[in-house]
Design a protein around this ligand. Structure first.
Ligand code: SF4
Length: 141
């Protein structure tokens, strides 16, 4: 089977909904930008905070571990990612903790992604096996 490289959309596979079952959720390791309106719909800020001051709001959201950064030119917030790239809202089973309120970019994926209609689908089992092997090799070396 051709291996998928999340950073290289040319290796992605043609999307079909059945691919999501048992998937590693590589799509949730890519940067996600949201507006203040979306943060409101996600339940993280109050309605009166939507129109600013957004810089101050961003500082608060960074401290809360919700976002990683704010771009004052685009007025978009980038959701926090863990060191391995995982979105902070991904749970231990690699499912979205805020699925019902997830941002629009997540709802629209893969049709709004780097390669519309294609996704970096990888089986959870397969990725876990590769990570385990890599870890064991690291321990031996
Ligand atoms: S908000 Fe949910 S769906 Fe969107 S990237 Fe994070 S874990 Fe994935």
């Amino acid at each position: 089977m051709k291996s998928v490289d999340i950073a290289n959309p040319n290796t992605w596979v043609k999307f079909k909904p059945s691919l999501c079952k048992g998937c590693w959720a590589g799509c949730c390791t890519m940067p996600v930008q949201v507006s203040s309106e979306e943060l409101y719909h996600m339940g993280f800020i109050e309605a009166h905070q939507v129109n600013g001051p957004l810089k101050r709001l961003a500082q608060k959201l960074i401290k809360m571990g919700i976002i990683r950064s704010f771009n004052s030119r685009t007025r978009l917030f980038r959701l926090k990612q863990l060191e391995n790239g995982d979105c902070v809202f991904l749970d231990a089973n690699r499912l979205c903790k805020i699925y019902e309120n997830r941002p629009s970019i997540c709802r629209g994926f893969p049709f709004n992604g780097a390669r519309p209609g294609y996704c970096p689908s990888q089986r959870k089992k397969e990725v876990r096996r590769v990570l385990k092997n890599a870890q064991e090799c690291g321990e031996e070396g």
